[in-house]
Design a protein around this ligand. Structure first.
Ligand code: APR
Ligand code: PHB
Length: 389
């Protein structure tokens, strides 16, 4: 087979790239190792920057987002038994939209199916060949046969565990990482949210987050040890511990219930450089991972795809490779700022087991400074709503 661009991975990165390129008349084939239902079955977060919403609009996949998404003009930080609101709208003129990533993925899949673009689900043993040569090719197994696609470029949108980053020669890649000494225990429950906006909680017993999926479905997180298991956390224990980490007034609004999903996620910051190797371009989780504290994972994937699609369209429509040459540095510049912000939010809001008395005092002073300073709140707000592309 032959196409212009092979996209490995049918997550939000791969699908969004496929749609933006299709709008410009550029052919792509997506290869996904899992089934469609499996991809849609993943539990993921969903706080969208305005830049991400704009790209989904450009891709023709924002109609339901605008109908069902919840626009938030601010968020709250709870500290020392008090809640403090960070007013994004007043401080930056911008907002975020709560619309879960799984639905973003579903909307993009439907948009791709509607234009009849090619996606191979359950594409096995995908391998990349001659990525830094003249004739990049991708091989995969499907229906008991081996298939090969020749293309101009390969987009590695296959996530942290994908084959694309592993295709880069070890001596050509630099990896930077921070593993955090705790995890997030998340619970999904069909009960109204505790508040209209998200509440990020700093507490001596550990971090907590009160989030939502809709007006009738809520998502809560508790900082837990990395070695804990969901079996250690029956629902009652979860609600009891969450209540202890909330101030009494907030706790009164909590509507516990039977969890419909419960999982523990590790926290990691990771960046791989470069994000390009010959004709292979990495985008999204294949190149970087952020802890969920800053709600940046999906939004960084979107900005990567924003830069990459513009560069590829320039190449095919105007014959210019300037954008492709600049892609890796442009994407990494925004990635590192979001990695810093997610690291900072994680540092400030979590309890570190090894922290000294001095560390804890400094962390408390940082929160008091933030909650008392318009300048500091503006910095948090502009990072949270999304830095310019
Ligand atoms: N061959 C084909 N497909 C693969 C392979 C492979 N070898 N390895 C992984 N994949 C697929 C996965 O099954 C998955 O569907 O690539 C897709 C990658 O999707 P994501 O992990 O969602 O990554 P990305 O599209 O970059 O989205 C980033 O996802 O994890 C969240 O917080 C993260 O919000 C961010 C978003
Ligand atoms: C979520 O709703 O799952 C969520 C929201 C904000 C975050 C992390 C997770 O920072």
């Amino acid at each position: 087979m032959r196409t212009q661009i092979v996209i490995v991975g049918s997550g939000p990165s791969g699908l969004l790239l496929g749609q933006l390129l299709a709008k410009a008349g550029i052919d792509t084939i997506i290869l996904e190792q899992k089934s469609k239902d499996y991809v849609l079955g993943r539990i993921r977060a969903g706080v969208l920057e305005q830049g991400t919403v704009a790209l989904l609009e450009e891709a023709g996949a924002a109609e339901r987002l605008h109908r069902e998404g919840l626009v938030h003009e601010g968020t709250e930080i709870a500290f020392d038994g008090m809640r403090h609101r960070i007013d994004f709208k007043a401080l930056t003129g911008k907002t975020v939209t709560v619309y879960v990533q799984t639905e973003v993925t579903r909307d993009l899949m439907e948009a791709r199916a509607a234009i009849g673009a090619s996606t191979w689900y359950e594409a096995l043993s995908v391998s990349l060949h001659d990525v830094d040569g003249r004739r990049p090719r991708v091989r995969f197994g499907a229906n008991g046969e081996t298939h090969e696609i020749e293309c101009d470029y390969i987009a590695g949108c296959d996530g942290f565990h994908g084959v694309s980053r592993r295709t880069l020669p070890e001596d050509r890649i630099s990896a930077y990482e921070r593993v955090y000494p705790f995890g997030w225990l998340g619970v999904l429950v069909d009960k109204p949210p505790i508040s209209d906006e998200l509440i990020y909680v700093n507490h001596e017993r550990g971090f907590a987050l009160c989030s939502m999926r809709s007006k009738s479905r809520s998502r809560y997180y508790l900082q837990c040890r990395s070695d804990e298991h969901i079996e250690d956390w029956p629902d009652d224990k979860f609600w009891e511990e969450l209540t202890r980490r909330l101030d009494p007034e907030t706790a009164r609004n909590l509507q516990p219930g039977a969890s419909i999903e419960k999982s523990i996620a590790p926290l990691l910051s990771f960046v791989a450089e470069p994000m390009r190797f010959g004709n292979l371009f990495l985008a999204g989780d294949s190149a970087h991972i952020v802890p969920p504290t800053g709600a940046k994972g999906l939004n960084l994937a979107a900005s990567d795809v924003g830069y990459l699609s513009a560069a590829l369209i320039d190449r095919y429509k105007r014959g210019s490779t300037a954008g492709l040459e600049a892609y890796a540095d442009r994407a990494l510049a925004r990635v590192w700022k979001a990695v810093r912000f997610s690291w900072w939010m994680t540092q400030m809001l979590h309890r570190f087991p090894e922290a000294s008395g001095f560390d804890r005092k400094v962390r408390a002073a940082e929160l008091k400074y933030l909650l008392g300073s318009k300048a500091a709140q503006t910095s948090l707000a502009e990072n949270y709503v999304g830095l310019p592309y």
